[in-house]
Design a protein around this ligand. Structure first.
Ligand code: NDP
Length: 409
């Protein structure tokens, strides 16, 4: 039985914590801690009212490793789930090493001042986790997370060799605001305003990153149960680990849908400097423009009651099985209003929070175990895929003709 310490109390945390409480046969004790304790108390009250389950709450600064170690000791936690921000990944990993308990997160480390998305500093802690006789599981959200598991499932159960992967992330939800982000605005805007990048092997078989201007490559894709959406090539962190871990890969790309209103607002904000991540002086006060913008924008956790429509996130995977070319499309469709009814949160929080709980469950039950730092595709995908079907994120597989696209002119 797991005694889990969950850090962070935003939209993703709300879903992950509720889902842990729904699985009380696995999570016997839940402590929710964050910078603002009142947000933890609100989630605890929601869980008590809906499920009759009591969870503990606490105040914590996740940037303070020693304070986190103290909290781990005080609660007796034997698993830590980080659903605060990517800025806290390293300090929380260090706390888990010191306390000798498993660590999990949903997003790779970013330094607040550099907007670099990479696993390097987290993978570098592999030896620390080995020495501490415990493990870290990185990126157990939807993308990264479930998308890695879809690719691992294809590699382990459907293909002998995989050559091409396109990850396709569509959020067709409408919250009625001209501009808002579906998860933490600072993290979201840093990600989507960065240059695009995808991975491809050259004719000598050497894997290379190919850079594009932000939003330079677009196609229209017909998403099952959602419809045709403009999909833009972005760099996304699962490309880094999947390009290393999928056998025979020749190319992997990531696409996300954006509406024209979102893109126009983003361009304007960028042009006037509101997406800057460095400090500027305003009336004698130092501010970081993107942090100020976050204060002005709607809190993603407040979008739940307003958002209608669906998400469809999946992978189109092409390769060979028994000498024959094969292509599949594995995806999940999630409905914003149904997510809200169940958890009080919209589908982007839901599609991240559910896999965060399932990853925790895989570790708690000892189904995924090891010593060191791991990505999702390092483990058997089947038990995770089975839980997705049980815990609210059912998936579908379509067999396509090799080379077939749902691209629309
Ligand atoms: P929110 O901004 O809604 O919530 C973040 C929470 O972390 C807040 O409660 C915040 O506290 C808390 N926090 C921030 N800094 C600290 C700190 N130093 N100490 C303690 N608590 C802190 O974010 P989301 O819920 O939208 O996202 C959570 C995570 O999920 C992010 O890392 C995001 O990148 C990731 N994500 C992953 C996805 C995936 O598919 N893999 C998709 C979407 C999100 P306060 O309330 O005081 O600000």
């Amino acid at each position: 039985m797991a005694n889990i310490l969950i850090i962070g109390a935003g939209g993703v945390s709300q879903v992950a914590t509720i889902k842990c409480a729904m699985n009380s046969n696995v999570f016997s004790k839940i402590t929710l801690a964050s910078r603002t304790k009142s947000k933890c108390d609100n989630i605890a009250k929601f869980i008590k009212d809906r499920l009759g389950v009591t969870i503990e709450t606490a105040q914590i600064d996740a940037d303070d490793t020693n304070a986190v170690v103290e909290l781990i000791k005080k609660t007796g936690a034997n698993l830590l789930l980080n659903v605060a921000l990517p800025y806290q990944d390293l300090t929380l990993m260090d706390a888990c090493v010191k306390a000798g308990i498993p660590y999990m997160d949903t997003a790779n480390y970013e330094h607040p001042d550099t907007a670099k998305f990479e696993y390097k500093l987290q993978w570098a802690k592999d030896e620390d986790f080995k020495k501490a006789n415990t493990m870290a599981l990185l990126g157990s959200g939807f993308d990264p997370g479930v998308t890695n598991v879809f690719c691992a499932y294809a590699q382990q159960y459907l293909f002998d060799e995989i050559n091409y992967i396109d990850i396709l992330d569509c959020n067709a939800g409408d919250h009625g605001y001209a501009f808002a982000t579906n998860f933490n605005p600072e993290i979201n805007l840093r990600e989507v305003s960065a240059k695009g990048r995808y991975w491809q092997k050259d004719k000598n078989g050497v894997g290379k990153w190919i850079e594009t201007e932000p939003m330079e490559i677009m196609f229209k894709w017909d998403y099952p149960k959602v419809g045709v959406k403009d999909s833009y090539l972005l760099y996304h962190e699962e490309l880094e680990s999947l390009s290393k871990n999928i056998k025979g890969l020749k190319q992997i790309r990531f696409f996300m849908t954006f509406g024209q209103s979102y893109l126009t607002h983003m361009k304007c904000l960028e042009n006037v400097g509101m997406l800057r991540i460095d400090e500027v002086e305003h009336n004698g006060v130092k501010i970081v423009p993107i942090q100020f913008l976050k204060t002005l924008l709607p809190d993603p956790a407040s979008l739940g009651p307003r958002t209608k429509g669906k998400t469809n996130i999946g992978c189109v995977i092409r390769g060979f099985k028994d000498g024959k070319e094969k292509q599949v499309y594995i995806y999940n469709v999630c409905d914003h209003e149904e997510c809200y009814k169940e958890t009080g949160a919209q589908a982007v929080s839901y599609t991240t929070g559910v896999p965060a709980m399932i990853g925790s469950m895989m570790i708690a039950r000892g189904i995924w175990s090891g010593k060191g730092v791991f990505n999702m595709e390092n483990f058997d995908a089947k038990p995770f895929m089975d839980e997705l079907n049980k815990q609210g994120l059912p998936w579908e597989i379509i067999e396509m003709k090799p080379g077939e696209r749902y691209e629309v002119e």
